[in-house]
Design a protein around this ligand. Structure first.
Ligand SMILES: Cc1cc2nc3c(=O)[nH]c(=O)nc-3n(C[C@H](O)[C@H](O)[C@H](O)COP(=O)(O)O)c2cc1C
Length: 668
């Protein structure tokens, strides 16, 4: 009946055709004050939400899968995955200014007439896109905050730092704009040096520690395999076995030699096996990791970029994580992957780099490359929870939950090579719904690894976001961890390696969307050191302010616009204000909006808080801006982006990277 009513159209007061919607108070529906409920126009969709981390990243399809995109008849790559309609073409200028001339010094280009780029500044300026007309930033925001603009002539706010009479750039600071360290002026850390990156690309990076630990792990595994084989099988050659067993055979010299070699090999293996056991305790020499009651933002692919994390730091976060970086492209020195460990100075200490891998060699090499190339990392986190099919099929992410022995090898290998950087892990309850394995897994992690922290997302891989996180189970796992730890400390190994002050940090995750959730889960069990916030911090970035003040804060539309303004400012400082930078800023702004718009303002609600899986009826805000910021229409997000980055090109298309699944999936 209800469904029919929703489908039928009725005529509204203004004679427009409107759809009837269900606004009766019921479970799964956000309760909005009647004066803010507006009828849906025809063809307009009800606000749809519930996002999940499932997405198809082009980076993953191309690099992690080893470029498996099939080619079609025309030789063009057939795009796979959810985002195949995305237009990822880079913005190209009609005349490209020589990179050496961005700051105007013509003497810097050594290619002379052979240079394929434009050297005539006036020609370049005559075809350059017009200045950005931003309502919020009337002049170059980067120049205003840094005292110079790294984009020079290419800046789309050029007039604010150009002396028009003689075409000379203005700078308030004495900075060599071509210096490698320009990023440090921008307040960014963890840039790998070009030499190091080249070493990775050319495969001459010295993975000394990785090779050591991988050899040890190999021998250890061999030892385990051998100990399961019958002696005879190992020590006799296949030819001898074929002969009649009743006839005594003379021991051939080759066999004697082979047995001798085998026993020497065995002895060596035993040595390395003992060495492997020893590697565990290097963790005691690591930097201490303190997550106790810290305000933590989850690793968030795409949306958890540097400008967003900088914003969250400003808004009270203590700990932030990089987006998930894939081990293989890190080892290969891929630019896009090495962009991920970059951080803002405000993030350190308390910045973790997350890595996804499927095998110990990937884990070891990626961790060694990180530990030797970038310095401001508080922890390296192994992703063992990512549900994306592509990664799962390759044995990465949550696939490691199905293979704990492999996860342990990865963690121990990382621990051995990461110098003083502690190793941590993020897991889910299990891969299959209804078969939780985290409890058994943490026991093994206590006994067989030296991880400094474990984060548990209280959902299974199969479950994705369809049901609430199971906090009873998270709490149970925290208790199990503590008792396993207490038992371990009593053992011979434990006494040597760990003490009660140095406990493994345990962080719970899932559905922490407001300050009440935060305190409920944190105060509910003293074995939980902290909780991690993901979607809650995207939809309501001021969540930690609420945690601090222990009350809900009804932010006005202008206050929320200020948050977006900060984000836009940080984006332009990070990606730049040239044509390409602005398009990146706009794209990531829209990605952010795909979560930010889901905030239902407190002042229009009849009942608060609104749960993440509660569908609001179509609502309007207390002012026009609030309505605009709550719009589910991608075009409205673009309209908002225009306020900061000027009018967009008409052909700009935006498809959010993260899948939005319907309310039909929610747990009712
Ligand atoms: C857009 C998005 C991107 C995510 N990316 C990652 C990631 O890169 N690594 C990771 O471990 N988890 C990732 N997650 C999962 C979150 O870190 C978190 O575990 C999950 O969303 C549950 O927390 P929540 O209920 O507070 O959202 C992502 C989640 C979302 C919504």
């Amino acid at each position: 009946m209800e469904q029919n009513a929703e489908k039928r159209s009725i005529v509204g007061d203004d004679n427009s055709t409107v759809k009837r919607q269900d606004t009766s108070p019921s479970k799964g529906i956000a309760h909005i004050k009647p004066e803010y409920i507006v009828p849906l126009k025809q063809n307009e969709n009800q606000k749809v939400a519930i996002y999940d981390e499932e997405m198809s990243s082009d980076r993953m399809t191309n690099e992690f899968a080893g470029g498996t995109n099939k080619k079609n008849k025309n030789g063009r790559g057939k795009k796979r995955g959810q985002n195949k309609n995305r237009d990822n073409r880079q913005v190209k200028e009609q005349n490209v200014l020589c990179p050496r001339l961005i700051h105007g010094d013509i003497s810097k280009c050594s290619f002379g007439d052979n240079c394929r780029f434009v050297h005539d500044i006036n020609l370049y300026l005559s075809t350059k896109k017009p200045e950005v007309e931003s309502n919020i930033f009337p002049s170059c925001p980067v120049f205003n905050s840094l005292g110079f603009c790294p984009m020079g002539f290419k800046c789309r706010f050029l007039s604010s730092h150009l002396n028009k009479e003689d075409n000379i750039l203005i700078s308030k600071k004495e900075i060599d704009p071509d210096a490698q360290t320009i990023w440090s002026v921008k307040g960014e850390v963890n840039h790998i040096s070009p030499e190091r990156k080249l070493d990775l690309i050319k495969r001459r990076f010295p993975f000394t520690k990785s090779n050591e630990i991988l050899e040890i792990i190999d021998s250890f595994q061999q030892e385990c395999r051998d100990s399961m084989k019958p002696e005879e099988e190992v020590e006799s050659t296949p030819q001898l076995k074929k002969q009649d067993p009743d006839v005594e055979q003379p021991v051939a010299p080759q066999v004697e030699q082979r047995n001798k070699e085998l026993s020497q090999h065995r002895m060596k293996q035993r040595e390395v096996y003992l060495k492997y056991k020893d590697t565990r305790y290097f963790a005691q020499e690591k930097k201490p990791l303190d997550l106790y009651h810290k305000k933590i933002v989850s690793p968030l692919t795409t949306v958890g970029n540097l400008p967003y994390r900088r914003l969250m730091r400003k808004l009270g976060a203590d700990v932030t994580y990089s987006e998930m970086a894939l081990a293989v492209p890190l080892i290969q020195g891929t630019n896009s992957e090495w962009a991920l460990p970059k951080a803002h100075t405000s993030e350190f200490p308390g910045f973790g780099v997350q890595v996804a891998c499927s095998k110990a060699w990937q884990a070891a090499k990626a961790a060694e490359a990180l530990a030797n190339s970038v310095s401001e990392i508080s922890e390296i986190n192994l992703n063992s929870g990512c549900p994306i099919d592509l990664l799962y099929r390759q044995g990465s992410g949550s696939a490691l939950l199905d293979n704990p022995a492999r996860m342990i090898r990865c963690l121990n290998a990382m621990n051995y090579v990461s110098k003083d950087i502690p190793i941590t892990v993020k897991i889910r309850t299990s891969t299959k719904e209804g078969h939780p394995i985290a409890e058994g897994l943490v026991k093994r992690l206590v006994n067989e690894t030296d991880v400094a922290a474990i984060t548990l997302h209280g959902r299974s891989r199969q479950q994705r976001y369809t049901k609430s996180a199971d906090w009873d189970y998270v709490s149970q796992v925290a208790d199990t961890l503590r008792s396993a730890e207490a038992d371990f400390i009593e053992t011979e190994q434990g006494k040597e390696g760990r003490d009660s002050k140095n406990r493994i940090q345990f962080v719970g995750n899932g559905d922490v969307n407001n300050f009440e959730d935060w305190y409920r889960y944190l105060d509910g069990n003293e074995n939980i050191d902290s909780v991690m916030v993901a979607r809650g911090a995207l939809i309501k970035p001021w969540i930690f302010e609420e945690v601090e003040s222990q009350q809900y804060l009804d932010k006005t539309s202008t206050e929320r616009l200020d948050i977006l303004r900060d984000y836009a400012q940080f984006s332009m400082e990070h990606w730049g204000t040239d044509e390409y930078g602005i398009s990146q800023c706009r794209r990531f702004f829209c990605e952010f909006m795909s979560f930010f718009h889901r905030y239902v303002p407190m002042g229009i609600c009849e009942r608060y808080p609104v749960k993440l899986n509660e569908r609001p009826p179509n609502w309007c805000g207390r002012d026009e801006l609030e309505t605009l910021m709550g719009s589910t229409d991608v075009n409205d997000w673009i309209k908002l982006s225009d306020l900061f980055f000027g009018k967009t090109d008409e052909n700009f298309v935006f498809v959010p990277k993260h899948k939005s699944s319907s309310y039909a999936n929610r747990d009712s």
